[in-house]
Design a protein around this ligand. Structure first.
Ligand SMILES: [Zn+2]
Length: 281
């Protein structure tokens, strides 16, 4: 998501990393981890969604939140009864600092393999300096080496579970969603972890020289996202799928609350309107 305003320095070692100021206190506020459905769990902060897919051969972590969120994610994983050290694969829905801020640290601590949409890999590896929006003369998150490049419909498999990447560029060049078939006893839920295509630039698409083709990417992504079929859905930010109205702290396991397809389509219609409006500017 977008961020603006004051900057503060949070590390300075070999490469200076200046994380933009969080847009909301909810980005760093702890939140209780919970089981979404089958082997998919929420382990993020109050708003910065991070997901854990557990398998008998280790776990997959999707997104990390801000640089300071490592401790929250680690303790959330442990509260659920899993081991942080069992994290084998790291994924992200977009390489902005509010989703990959702690990626380098978590990669170092766990030794997990980092797999990134090929169009976002350069930004992941340069700490955001080449990002069309946050880019500039300093990194906005600690860079991490990408171990595997992912393309549209590539599969990430571990311990009998698999995630399919859906390339949904626009918000970043390699923004993506994931489809997971989560087993829960006799039932299997097809779960969409969606990267909603929000627009953060102020001016026209054509003015963003470092991202030619941005408008065409948003257009295609909006079309494709409307056509995805799934049983349950969640997103990169808790606010994007109304987590806190669907679920209150302490609620029992209830996958059905994440089945609201009307809300998904309605949010995409709103995003389509923002896109159409910007195209007319
Ligand atoms: Zn973003």
């Amino acid at each position: 998501m977008l961020a603006a305003g004051l900057l503060y320095t949070h590390t300075s070692s070999a490469q200076k990393v200046v994380e933009p100021k969080a847009m909301s206190d909810e980005w760093s506020k702890p939140y209780e981890p919970f089981r979404i459905a089958g082997n998919l769990y929420y382990v993020g902060t109050y708003d910065l969604a991070c997901y854990l897919v557990t398998t008998p051969q280790g776990n997959i972590l999707i997104n990390t939140g801000l640089a300071a969120s490592t401790g929250i994610i680690r303790s959330n994983i442990e509260k659920l009864g899993f081991r942080f050290a069992d994290t084998k694969i790291l994924l992200t829905t977009q390489v902005h600092y509010d989703h990959v801020g702690a990626m380098a640290e978590i990669k170092k601590l766990t030794g997990a393999k980092l797999m990134v949409d090929e169009k976002d890999a350069a930004v992941m590896q340069d700490g955001g300096t080449s990002d069309y929006y946050f880019g500039g003369d300093h990194a906005v998150f600690k860079p991490a080496k990408v171990d595997r490049l992912l393309r549209d419909h590539d599969t990430v498999a571990l311990g009998g579970s698999k995630l399919v990447l859906l390339h949904h560029p626009g918000h970043t060049k390699g923004s993506c969603s994931f489809l997971l078939d989560a087993r829960d006893g006799a039932r299997t839920y097809r779960i969409l972890i969606a990267n909603m295509p929000s627009i953060i630039i102020d001016g026209k698409f054509s003015e963003v020289k470092s991202y030619p083709g941005m408008a065409a990417d948003y257009k295609r992504t909006l079309q494709q996202m409307k056509a995805v079929s799934f049983d349950l859905w969640v997103a990169s930010h808790a606010s994007q799928f109304d987590l806190h109205t669907k679920r209150k702290a302490g609620d029992n396991y209830n996958p059905a609350v994440f089945a609201d397809k009307a809300a998904y389509q309605s949010k995409l219609r709103d995003l389509q309107q923002s896109f159409d409006k910007k195209m007319k500017e």
